[in-house]
Design a protein around this ligand. Structure first.
Ligand code: 1CP
Length: 356
């Protein structure tokens, strides 16, 4: 990454940001810290606001409420970055697929199981439908302290496709994987549509004021190595290229959850500024797999965060000891769990800050 590229995204008000410095390859005595799912049900103020909104998507599409929810964890914990409150499934929604969030269960989509059913999707993403999301980005950026970064995001094409084809997450990746084997051309066409849609969505968030974007690939870790490169790494690399073609130097984080032994090949294929490590990743192996100028992000065990005390301190210290001598963003290895006592997040931030 050339210095000129760095200047393109380090705006005056954010150049003091620990988070953006890490993304520019700086090793810092006190690394930045934020948490995946830092807004959400473990916070009483979120539960209160959530009860006032209609459904989950209404919350995502109401800038007043989404702005407030995005800022709640920043006010409480002084984290280094805010992440836009939204969901990876707004992309299929803006491609015309029915998306619902069922209380206590999670997202449910009307599954699109075949080439014929893909034809019901729009040929490109309806960014107008997502205007409230970009308005939220602009409002959060305006309200956020200049030293804090704002992260926009999308799901990786493979992960989003598993929801679109299977109708839900988790075990039901099987429908998407079956389609990828039985009709690879149809699956590729869906992935290609998602590459274009995701790049457009990320660019719109960057235009609205996001300082960096993260691509969440929650489910590709289960793929065999060759399929992993085809369906996870290649489309994510294509998104990076499209985003940087319009915004050279745009800061991009990739989170290939559960990549494990495939991390090296992923890092070679995907030109990300930071790579997120899931809870089970071996940090020593990750150091070898990912070039030293690329920041690593992670990977405190979210279960240790629920327990707190000396177990949490030890988990944070382990990350700092293993990765503190290179560009590092302290985070969890996956999202904050609902049963997490909020005080434990404060403890984690204090432990990281004490590092310097
Ligand atoms: O209040 C509620 O009931 C909603 C719970 C919830 C929340 C708080 C969902 C439903 N999504 C979100 C917000 C969300 N999702 C954010 C906001 C920013 C943050 O605080 O981190 C982000 C970045 C996501 C990303 C996301 N959504 C992923 C990728 C990361 C991961 O967790 O692996 C995935 C897979 C989703 C789909 C999704 N949306 C919601 C749930 C519960 C799920 C996953 C569970 C499933 O597959 O059933």
């Amino acid at each position: 990454v050339s210095p000129a590229n760095n200047l393109a995204t380090l705006t005056p008000e954010t150049s003091g940001s620990r988070f953006l410095k890490a993304l520019s390859g700086e090793t810092q005595a006190v690394p930045p810290v934020w948490l995946m799912r830092q807004a959400g049900r473990y916070l009483p103020e979120y539960r209160e606001l959530r009860a006032q909104a209609g459904g989950f998507l209404d919350l995502c599409y109401t800038p007043d409420l989404a702005t407030e929810v995005t800022l709640q964890p920043i006010r409480r914990f002084d984290l280094d970055a805010a992440i836009l409150f939204s969901d990876i499934l707004v992309v299929p929604h803006a491609l015309g697929q029915e998306v619902r969030f069922v209380e206590g269960e999670g997202p449910r989509l009307d599954p699109l199981a075949s080439r014929a059913e893909f034809a019901t999707l729009k040929p490109e993403i309806d960014l107008g439908m997502l205007a409230p999301v970009y308005e939220t980005v602009a409002r959060v950026r305006a309200e956020l302290d200049p030293s804090k970064a704002l992260i926009g995001f999308c799901g990786a094409p493979y992960t989003v496709a598993t929801y679109m084809v299977g109708g839900r997450g988790g075990e039901e990746q099987a429908p998407a994987r079956k389609l990828a084997y039985s009709d690879p051309a149809a699956f590729q066409a869906l992935i290609d549509l998602l590459v274009e849609a995701s790049a457009a969505h990320l660019l719109a968030q960057l235009e609205a004021g996001a300082n960096a974007v993260q691509i969440f690939d929650s489910w590709s870790g289960d793929l065999p190595p060759a399929e992993f490169m085809t369906w996870s790494a290649a489309p994510i690399a294509a998104i990076c290229a499209r985003v940087r073609a319009k915004r050279p130097g745009a800061k991009i984080l990739a989170f290939p959850r559960g990549a494990g032994a495939k991390l090296k090949a992923f890092a070679e294929a995907v030109p990300a500024d930071a790579i997120g490590l899931a809870t089970a990743e071996d940090r020593r192996a990750a150091r070898e797999a990912v070039p030293a100028h690329v920041a690593l992000q992670g990977n405190v065990d979210p279960i240790a965060l629920t327990v707190g005390g000396s177990a949490l301190d030890a988990a944070v210290d382990g990350v700092l000891a293993d990765l503190g001598d290179r560009p590092l963003i302290v985070n969890l290895g996956h999202g904050v769990r609902q049963e997490t006592p909020p005080e434990h997040v404060a403890q984690m931030v204090a432990r990281v800050r004490r590092a310097g």
